[in-house]
Design a protein around this ligand. Structure first.
Ligand SMILES: [Zn+2]
Length: 353
C-alpha cells in the first residue's frame, strides 16, 4: 500500500486547521478527512510550493483564496516529482502521437477491439464530465434520497468496497424510484434506485451490485463504449480533454443510453472483478447471487432501454463456480443492523435535482 502522509488542511475560508491523511496515486493526491470524507485533487489542479528546501511542502488548490494542504515532511516533494506522478496532459500528448502512428493497424483490426485499450488513456477528469453529462441527460429530474443516517450508512458501504488504489471519487446517489436497478457512469457516479434497496435481501447483496457497478467505472466500460461508437473523432476529443467543445459534438449520432449498455464480455469482466473485490473485503459473495436472482425477476419491470444487466442466468452460473473455488472464506458484516435499517429508510428525506 502507498505511504500515507499526515497533513494539515485549510479550507481557504476560515483559519481552522484540520488534520488529514494524504497519499499519492498516479494522477494526483487522495485526501482523507477524520470524518471519513475523501477528496481527490488531480495533479493539474494544484500547485506545489516549498518556501525552504527543508521546510514543509504546500499544495494550493482552486481560485484565490485557495484550499491548502501542508505536509511537514519535505521528502513529500520528491514523491510528487517521482515518476509515478505525471502530468496527464503530457501523457495525453504522447498518446495522441502514438495513436496517429498506429491508425493503420487500428483500421485493420477494427475499432471495437481497440476501444478498450484506448479508454485507459482518457483522463479521469474528462470521464467525470462525460459521466455527469450522460447522467443528467438520462435522469434530469431525479429526486435524490438524502436522510442523514442513511447517507452515512451508504458512505460507510462505499468506503468498505472502494479499492486501495483508485483515482475515482465514487459518488453514489439513491434515486426515489421503484426501479429495481443500479447504473454506473464513467468517472465515478453511481445511481441506485430505491426499488433495488427495497428488494435487496441484505447489505451484502447490495454490496455485490455496488461492487459490480464500481468495476464498470474502474474498468472504464462506459468510456470504451463511447469510443467504439464515435471512433477516432471522439477518441481525440476525449484524450486531449477538450472539455469546452466536446459535449455538444461528441454525442452526435450516438444514442446516449447505448453508452451504458455493455456487452456480455464486459458484464462478465465486471462480475468477476467484483467477486474478487468482495472476497478481498470479506463481504459474503453468495449474497450477490441472491441479488442477481432478484434483478432477474424484476428485469421486465423497467423499460427495455434501461435493462443494463442482461444475460443473468449464465452470469450467475459463472459466479457460483468462482465461489466454489473459495470454500474457506469467512465474511464479516458490511453494516450493522441499525445502519442497514437507516440505509433502507434513506428516501424519507428527498432533494430535487
Ligand atoms: Zn453491469
Amino acid at each position: 500500500m502507498a505511504k500515507q502522509w499526515k497533513a494539515d488542511y485549510y479550507d481557504g475560508k476560515t483559519a481552522a486547521r484540520q488534520m488529514v491523511e494524504v497519499r499519492t496515486v498516479s494522477q494526483g493526491v487522495h485526501i482523507k478527512f477524520t470524518d471519513g470524507r475523501i477528496r481527490f485533487w488531480y495533479r493539474h489542479e494544484f500547485h506545489v510550493l516549498q518556501d525552504h528546501p527543508q521546510g514543509p511542502v504546500r499544495l494550493e488548490y482552486g481560485e484565490y483564496p485557495p484550499e491548502i494542504l501542508e505536509i511537514q515532511d519535505p521528502s513529500f516533494r520528491d514523491v510528487l516529482k517521482g515518476r509515478h506522478l505525471k502530468r496527464p496532459r503530457y501523457l495525453a500528448l504522447w498518446l495522441a502521437l502514438l495513436a496517429v502512428m498506429i491508425i493503420p493497424a487500428i483500421i485493420y483490426w477494427g475499432i471495437p477491439n481497440a476501444s478498450g485499450w484506448f479508454a485507459r488513456f482518457v483522463p479521469v477528469s474528462v470521464e467525470e464530465q462525460l459521466g455527469n453529462y450522460v447522467k443528467n441527460e438520462l435522469f434530469p429530474n431525479r429526486r435524490i434520497c438524502q436522510a442523514d443516517a442513511g447517507r452515512q450508512a451508504l458512505d460507510e458501504l462505499v468506503r468498505r468496497l472502494a479499492p486501495e488504489e483508485y483515482e475515482y471519487n465514487f459518488k453514489v446517489e439513491v434515486v426515489d424510484s421503484d426501479w429495481v436497478n443500479a447504473v454506473a457512469f464513467p468517472g465515478g457516479n453511481i445511481l441506485i434506485f430505491r426499488g433495488l434497496l427495497e428488494k435487496s435481501p441484505s447489505t451484502d447483496a447490495l454490496a455485490g451490485v455496488l461492487a459490480h457497478e464500481m468495476q464498470h467505472i474502474l474498468q472504464r466500460h462506459g468510456t470504451e463504449n463511447l469510443i467504439s461508437q464515435t471512433a477516432l473523432s471522439g477518441l481525440f476529443k476525449l484524450i486531449s480533454g477538450d472539455a469546452g467543445s466536446w459535449a455538444n459534438t461528441l454525442f452526435d449520432g450516438v444514442q446516449i443510453l447505448s453508452i451504458l449498455k455493455y456487452t456480455r464480455e464486459l458484464e462478465t469482466e465486471a462480475d468477476e472483478s467484483a467477486m474478487n473485490l468482495l472476497l478481498q473485503r470479506r463481504v459474503d459473495p453468495t449474497e450477490m447471487i441472491k441479488m442477481y436472482q432478484v434483478l432477474n425477476k424484476h428485469s421486465s419491470s423497467f423499460p427495455e432501454a434501461i435493462s443494463t444487466h442482461p444475460d443473468m442466468s449464465s452470469r450467475m452460473e459463472r459466479l457460483k463456480i468462482l465461489i466454489s473455488q473459495n470454500p474457506k472464506f469467512v465474511s464479516e458484516p458490511v453494516l450493522s443492523e441499525k445502519n442497514w435499517e437507516s440505509l433502507k429508510n434513506i428516501c424519507q428525506t428527498l432533494e430535487n435535482k
